[in-house]
Write a protein that binds this ligand. Structure first.
Ligand SMILES: [Ca+2]
Ligand SMILES: [Ca+2]
Length: 397
């Protein structure tokens, strides 16, 4: 071979080798870049690469590009047949490139799968917590209903039923007042939505407590182990003997009234005992009069910051003589809270079921407007507050 030809061939091969080397570097750089990206993707999904499957991890550990690449070394004596070898290497680089791309895709898929599994696990845990909460609440309600039912059964068994119509009640000394049978217009068209529609209600005669049940009276039921103690039994603001009991649930009120041989008044009975056949706005008339009822001091200026002794305002007596139907403490009544019907009713007992029980009459914390005879409040029956009490009723014997 002529010297010039040899030199030319060397130059050609060097050109090829240079191209192959550049390509190799590009492939290598791209492969490393993809590997880095796969790691970053995993980290973005809050996953450590060590949490990826052992197979993928071993791949990553074993992938060392310098091991896979044959070392390119140029020997002058190999010039004659270097060209095909370099081409073979080039094919091998491409193959390695493809296999690394496959590995990258596999790692990305694993990352996505791992993230999806973590999301599914979180959702499952959240769902399980919700189910547990629902089951726990349902269990609590069943227990509560059972316990309340037991208390009322106990109250019935221990009830002191020898109630004389015009004598203080034997169990607690309460004076009861006769409310004669009659009709009145229940509700109001002029105030809150839930007082509408006004509906005509006819009632049989019944007895109702002259005052709210006091602390000392309620204590008798607690001592008889029928009633739960008031939540505020140790609160000196409201636990005076002649102050009305507060901090009692609807179930406590039912247990007490059962124990004394009576029951809670229905919502209609309560309103009728308060406003009478003339359907007065307040127990004493249609106009607000300051100083006749214990309500919020800013509005009412009656001199009592919390509960007043029951019956301390004789002028607030209703048409039958019931006291504190306006103010002092809200009073639980028997009915579930619900909409009024529009048609005439006789001895209504309210909706068959509901969420809240009705409270009536306003309290020491209410505005004057809330002490109106037709104003309605409501609370879940198992709850209590320091301005919620009750009085009892009795079906005519
Ligand atoms: Ca007051
Ligand atoms: Ca009251």
């Amino acid at each position: 071979m002529a010297k010039n030809e040899v030199i030319q061939k060397q130059l050609d091969l060097l050109q090829v080798f240079s191209t192959v080397t550049k390509q190799r570097q590009l492939v290598e750089d791209e492969a490393y870049a993809r590997q880095r990206k796969a790691h970053e993707d995993c980290e973005k999904q809050h996953l450590e690469i060590t949490k990826i499957s052992p197979i993928a991890r071993s791949h990553l550990r074993n992938v060392k590009l310098s091991d896979l690449w044959p070392t390119v070394s140029y020997q002058p004596e190999d010039i004659a047949d270097a060209n095909p070898e370099h081409l073979l290497w080039w094919e091998k680089y491409k193959s390695v490139h493809r296999s690394l791309s496959s590995l990258d895709r596999a790692i990305s898929a694993l990352c996505r799968w791992q993230a999806a599994r973590a999301r599914a696990l979180r959702l499952t845990l959240a769902g399980a917590l919700v189910v547990l909460a629902i089951l726990g609440y349902a269990g609590f309600k069943v227990f509560q209903d059972y316990f309340d039912g037991y208390k009322i059964l106990l109250a019935q068994r221990l009830a002191i039923t020898a109630v004389q119509a015009d004598q203080p009640r034997p169990a607690d000394g309460m004076v009861m007042i006769w409310v004669p049978a009659g009709e009145f217009q229940m509700g109001s068209e002029d105030w809150d939505d839930d007082e509408r529609p006004v509906n005509t209600v006819a009632l049989d005669g019944f007895w109702i407590d002259r005052t709210e049940v006091t602390n000392v009276q309620y204590q008798g039921c607690v001592a008889a182990r029928v009633c739960n103690a008031s939540f505020y039994a140790n609160n000196n603001d409201t636990n005076g003997d002649t102050q009305p009991v507060v901090g009692v649930s609807w179930q406590d009120a039912v247990a007490y009234c059962t124990w004394v041989g009576g029951r809670l008044p229905t919502e209609a009975e309560w309103e009728y005992a308060a406003r009478g056949p003339e359907s007065l706005t307040y127990p004493w008339g249609n106009d607000w009069r300051i100083g006749l009822a214990n309500c919020d001091e800013d509005d009412c200026q009656d001199g009592y910051e919390t509960t007043a002794p029951v019956g301390i305002f004789p002028e607030n007596a209703s048409w039958v003589g019931a006291l504190d139907m306006a103010g002092n403490v809200w009073e639980w009544v028997a009915d579930w809270y619900g909409d009024y019907p529009s048609e005439r009713q006789e001895n209504p007992t309210g909706p068959a079921n509901g969420i809240y029980r009705v409270l009536r009459g306003g309290s020491w914390a209410s505005s004057a407007e809330m002490t109106r005879c037709s104003f309605r409040d409501k609370m879940a029956p198992g709850t209590w507050y320091n301005d919620r009490g009750f009085r009892c009723a009795l079906t005519a014997p």
